[in-house]
Design a protein around this ligand. Structure first.
Ligand code: ATP
Ligand code: MG
Length: 455
């Protein structure tokens, strides 16, 4: 067989979305839009402005801020060489040794989160000269190479907010938490549970971590391999363990609340008081730690119902040292990130998803003259905010009405040449099959008085 013939028989490759990524389709995207619109509105009422940061940044930015030892940076980032020489070598197939040769500032990564980028932007645009604190929020895709499962994807979406600069007054912590709780309330998210904790600061946390490490070493043999490894790398993360066999051991470990320095203890107490003043209901959870290195003092996590073991919809906390760590001036900071995919899942599970939306009006037209009138009517109705389906080719009325039904249309506007010359149009209400004959102005008036479903 000649090569040409072999090629012809090859089946075209069937492309599929990459593992861990997915398409968001209508009608579900209507819910995504509603969630995002609500975020714009609610965050706006708290004085936040939207920031849009790039999808990729210098790898170093994430390594320095999130921490090179964290799971996110050490194994979950999508990293590329960003410079021309590298690309040329890739094209020529000369890859050996490339990664170790690469100067770190030339590496770029898809963002696994956005706080580091927001802090970079704060520094880059001298935002410390603006009235403080600067309140920013963002929404968009993040990328982490994790094992995909329900509520966990490799491309997922976050909606987050940051308050940067000014004071670390406990009222700020409380207001940031109140912002996200108000947002969830507005969306009628069900089973919302806010957990808070304080993980201390540069003064008291290192001492506590050492104490924790010493206690963990005593029980090392009873711990699983992950926790054993974390005794060295990040003992706080052991508290996060969901392993059944470790729960008894963890319950007996020293608690950070008993080891906070005076300032941190006072700050934590004041945050709780401020939350109470705002009517925000919380639960204290001494085992709550965050996976990223930059957090200090106030940390919080919010869970919601219907999500199985991936039930955290929001994580956040204070990160006062981060801007300085990235080369900026000493700056207070606190923020949160909401997992939008999980938020949407929870809303769907509790029946808060909007019903699939049909069209307001399906225009069933027959005949040349009717087509021209139909085009005009569609234009008028759309301008009034109605969702209108105007079939591109002529169909028998029976078929058109069947189409209208399938599209969940509320009304069918029937336009034949007769209707057009008589000047009386027929409007059929599809739910009950009733029909009325109206003049063009009356019909448009009648429809305008109905509320468009699409609004
Ligand atoms: P988890 O413990 O669930 O892995 P995390 O501590 O890694 O969460 P953060 O980095 O604090 O999460 O991100 C904030 C929120 O973003 C999480 O509470 C979650 O809702 C969402 N999120 C994180 N990773 C993913 C992912 N891979 N897929 C979907 N949502 C995610
Ligand atoms: Mg994670």
């Amino acid at each position: 067989m000649s090569e040409g013939a072999a090629k012809k028989e090859e089946k075209p490759r069937k492309f599929q979305a990459i593992r861990g990524t997915r398409d968001l389709l209508p009608p579900e995207t209507a819910l995504w839009n509603r969630v995002e619109q609500t975020a714009h509105t609610v965050f706006g009422t708290f004085g936040f402005g939207e920031i849009r940061v790039p999808i990729f940044e210098s790898t170093d930015l994430f390594a320095r801020s999130i921490g090179a030892e964290t799971d996110v940076v050490s194994k979950e980032m999508y990293t590329f060489g960003g410079f021309a020489e590298f690309s040329a070598k890739v094209r020529e197939g000369r890859m050996e040794g490339m990664l170790s040769e690469m100067p770190p500032e030339e590496m770029i990564s898809l963002r696994p989160e956005a706080t580091a980028s927001v802090c970079r932007a704060y520094i880059e645009h001298n935002m410390q000269q603006l009235p403080q604190p600067v309140k920013l929020y963002y929404m968009g895709p993040m990328f982490r190479r994790e094992r995909p499962q329900k509520g966990r994807y490799r491309q997922f979406y976050q909606i987050g907010a940051e308050m940067l600069g000014g004071t670390d007054a406990p009222a700020i912590d409380a207001e940031v938490i109140e912002t996200v709780m108000t947002f969830f309330d507005r969306l009628e998210l069900q089973g919302v549970q806010l957990d808070i904790n304080s993980i201390g600061d540069r003064n008291c946390r290192p001492k506590y971590v050492e104490l924790l490490r010493a206690e963990l070493l005593k029980v090392k043999d009873k711990l699983g391999p992950d926790s054993q490894r974390r005794i060295e790398t990040n003992p706080l993360r052991v508290l996060d363990s969901k392993l059944e066999s470790e729960q008894g051991i963890i319950a007996a470990l020293p608690r950070i609340a008993d080891h906070l320095c005076e300032e941190c203890a006072a700050h934590y107490a004041a945050v709780k008081h401020q939350l109470e003043m705002r009517g925000v209901i919380y639960r204290e959870n001494w085992r709550l730690v965050r996976g990223l290195d930059y957090y200090m003092r106030t940390t919080f996590e919010i869970t919601a119902q219907g999500l199985g073991s991936q039930n955290a919809v929001c994580g956040g906390g204070r990160y006062d040292g981060l801007v300085e760590l990235l080369g900026g001036p000493p700056t207070k900071g606190i923020g949160f990130a909401i997992g939008e995919d999980r938020l949407i899942l929870s809303l769907q599970e509790s029946g808060k998803a909007p019903a699939p939306q049909g069209r307001d009006v399906y225009i069933a037209w027959m005949g040349e003259k009717a087509h021209a009138t139909a085009i005009r009517a569609a234009k008028d109705l759309r301008a009034a905010g109605f969702s209108v389906e105007l079939p591109p080719i002529e169909q028998k009325f029976g078929k058109a009405l069947g189409q209208a039904d399938k599209l969940n249309a509320r009304y069918a506007l029937i336009l034949g040449d007769n209707e057009v010359s008589e000047g009386l149009w027929t409007l059929k209400t599809l739910a009950d099959g009733s029909q009325q004959k109206l003049t063009e102005p009356d019909l448009l008036q009648f429809l305008r008085e109905q509320k468009p479903v699409s609004s």
